[in-house]
Design a protein around this ligand. Structure first.
Ligand SMILES: [Ca+2]
Ligand SMILES: [Ca+2]
Ligand SMILES: [Ca+2]
Ligand SMILES: [Ca+2]
Length: 307
């Protein structure tokens, strides 16, 4: 028997339950890109543990989101807003020492430790990110955010055959997103083997380019030069393509009034057998380009041209 009152109540509760179901099955967000670092982000609404969320992201070719600056946090909160969501931080390895799943430097830190205990090692953000809280390994949170980071590729150079298989090698310069190291990876395109990995500076301010130079230190292997700013001045760090341990040379170009934009190499012109390097800089105050050429071995200035 259904009278009017129970019918109304049934509809009322039915509506409430329906509403709750809808609220729980909130759609995942779109995958969106942050212009600042070119990384992609997506919010997933599923009530799971931190380790499950971490694995889900890895299975998508991503990692649990790492919020390493207020700017990155702001982007996430503005675009992927969720009241609570897992982020890629924990202190499961060493109690009290939080670390990102990507090994990015732990610096920007909103962990509210006041209610954290030894068993609460896994970090989630709450209340539009005003603080990060910790949960246990069995605790579930309704949302997680994945981040697709990417190395920032800057340029390439052809390196004369290093492994004697008749095929020249390809050197690629990029900023490693995890370590932020400016890295040159040299691969043989015939075998796809990595022959050498060199690191130069670090930091998210990317270097400007890479060149391969004639052998300077007499081991028969080319040298690699990378253009970056050091002490406010266009500088080229040079390493042997087979030796990451030490710089052979660091050359200064132009002066502090210039921002480096491009590097190129040309055959020896002053008769010492070493390649010449030309760096293009843009005047910081007058916006005027100037190119300067120096010997890669002695650093002697050979010429310059203002445009
Ligand atoms: Ca990140
Ligand atoms: Ca080769
Ligand atoms: Ca060499
Ligand atoms: Ca020369």
């Amino acid at each position: 028997m259904i009278n009017k009152k129970t019918l109304t109540l049934s509809l009322y509760f039915g509506g409430t339950i329906l509403f709750m179901l809808v609220a729980n099955v909130q759609a995942d967000s779109q995958r969106i890109q942050w212009d600042n670092n070119k990384h992609f982000y997506q919010r997933f609404d599923q009530k799971i543990t931190w380790t499950d969320a971490r694995d889900k992201c890895v299975n998508k070719g991503a990692h649990l989101v790492t919020i390493t600056s207020a700017e990155e946090g702001g982007f996430i909160y503005n675009n992927l807003y969720s009241n609570y969501f897992w982020i890629g931080a924990s202190d499961a390895k060493v109690e009290g020492r939080f670390a990102w799943v990507t090994n990015e430097k732990w610096g920007y830190d909103l962990v509210d430790d006041t209610d954290s205990s030894g068993g609460e090692d896994y970090v989630y953000a709450r209340n539009s990110g005003s603080s990060w809280q910790t949960g246990t390994i069995t605790e579930t949170v309704g949302t997680y955010i994945c981040e697709w980071s990417a190395d920032n590729y800057v340029g390439l150079a052809i390196v004369p055959d290093m492994n004697g298989n008749g095929s020249d090698e390809i050197a690629v310069l990029y900023v490693d997103y995890v370590t932020t190291k400016h890295t040159v990876k040299i691969r043989d395109p015939k075998t796809d083997k990595t022959l050498s990995t060199l690191t130069f500076k670090s930091g998210l301010q990317a270097p400007q380019g890479v060149v391969a130079l004639e052998d300077i230190n007499g081991n028969g292997v080319s040298e690699i030069g990378v253009l970056y700013t050091e002490s406010g001045r266009p500088s080229v760090g040079i390493k042997d393509a087979n030796n990451d341990k030490a710089y052979l040379n660091t050359l200064r170009f132009l002066n502090r009034a210039y921002t480096p934009v491009q590097i190129t190499v040309s055959p020896d012109s002053n008769g010492n057998g070493s390649s010449e390097i030309t760096v293009l800089g843009i005047g910081k105050t007058n916006n005027t380009p100037k190119a300067e050429t120096r010997d890669s071995s002695t650093g002697a200035r050979l010429n310059d041209t203002a445009f």
